[in-house]
Design a protein around this ligand. Structure first.
Ligand code: COI
Length: 355
């Protein structure tokens, strides 16, 4: 989709700036919010289909104080990225999978959702309209944040009468503050992220605020993130606050099976496929914390995080350290994933969408 084609899909014409790159320091992008030019908004009222969306200037949104999302947390978010290839082409990575995941989440949270086609089109339009914010090759990516919220007013506990689908974007670099340095993870024995029958398996906004207490406590002690255990046995690893988790033992790569309490990460699924393509045996199953502590290597995956190697894990006062270095499985997987995302490595699964 060209910029012209994207703008043809809109009612009002934003004025695209010609410059190739916005004037910011591309060398120091972390995961902070940078204000970009445009966002996409579409609404759905009275149980009808979503209206055609429009790009508008990036800015605040107006909500009723009684909006379902503000009162009862009826909201979902997604995360996907646009990458600039070495030759300047721009790619999205599996945006349809985010659209499908939003639909599954919307069903769980009793919300209306945009079609996958509208979702992907909105992500494309938002990326192209904010093209000058897509970092130069090797400096990061444009993180795209689609939101689906119950925007209509509702006082009693019930689904909202109106939904808003909104997409905004921000250029980002590394998610963790120490860049690509191996993570030091803390296994929390008190707080849990999700419970059986809850909404841990979908990208509900309600999965994130409850972990802040555990994350802040761990960060104060110098850890990068928290790993949660299952809430029934307090024994099996689930995921970290911001990413899925994998372990490597010999030629076998294992990750917790998604049984409703673990987010079905798109990077998680892609890494499972990449690892299988590269000849590793990949297992999705219950993994006890003891097994994690005895692994050769541990790494985490996510859209924001990409693939991050883990240097240590601390559980009940015991700290184990893992081997790190360029030969690591996680480094091979990371290079392969990023290579596919920026169009440098053959995309045999048809994951990449050039826009
Ligand atoms: C993502 O990886 O896209 C996420 O949504 C995780 C979030 C905590 C930044």
């Amino acid at each position: 989709l060209t910029i012209q084609a994207a703008s043809a899909l809109r009612a009002t014409e934003p004025v695209f700036r010609d410059e190739e790159y916005a004037d910011i320091d591309w060398n120091n992008l972390g995961f902070g919010l940078t204000r970009t030019d445009y966002m996409y908004v579409a609404k759905c009222t009275e149980n009808k289909e979503f209206q055609q969306g429009e790009l508008s200037d990036y800015g605040n949104v107006e909500l009723s104080p009684a909006a379902g999302v503000l009162n009862y947390g009826q909201g979902l978010f997604e995360g996907t990225k646009a990458f600039r290839g070495d030759d300047g082409r721009v790619f999205l990575f599996r945006p349809d999978q985010n659209g499908i995941r939003m639909q599954i989440g919307a069903e769980r949270m009793c919300m209306r959702s945009p079609s996958v086609q509208q979702f992907v089109d909105a992500v494309k339009q938002t990326s192209l309209a904010n093209r000058r914010w897509i970092p130069p090759p090797g400096k990061g990516s444009l993180y795209i944040r689609p939101l689906l919220i119950g925007s209509g007013p509702i006082l009693g506990l019930s689904p909202a009468p109106e939904y808003t689908f909104l997409v905004y974007a921000s250029p980002v670099g590394n998610y963790f503050k120490n860049g690509m340095a191996p993570l030091n993870l803390y296994v929390d024995n008190e707080f849990h992220r999700a419970t059986r029958g809850g909404a841990g398996g979908v990208k509900s906004i309600t999965n994130y605020a409850p972990v802040l207490k555990a994350v802040l406590r761990a960060k104060e002690q110098g850890f990068s993130d928290v790993v949660y255990l299952d809430s029934v046995h307090k024994k099996y690893i689930e995921e970290a606050s911001s990413c899925n988790i994998f372990l490597v033992k010999g030629n076998v790569i294992s990750t917790p099976a998604t049984i409703g309490t673990i987010l079905e990460g798109i990077t998680r699924r892609s890494i499972i496929d990449i690892a299988s393509d590269l000849g590793y045996q990949v297992e999705e199953r219950c993994i006890a914390i003891d097994e994690l502590m005895e692994a050769d290597e541990v790494f985490t995956t996510g859209t924001a995080v990409s693939v991050a190697s883990v240097g240590s894990i601390t559980y009940k006062g015991q700290r184990v350290e893992y081997k790190i270095g360029d030969e690591m499985v996680s480094q091979i997987l990371h290079k392969t994933l990023v290579g596919i995302q920026v169009g440098r490595i053959e995309d045999k699964h048809n994951w990449v969408v050039e826009i």
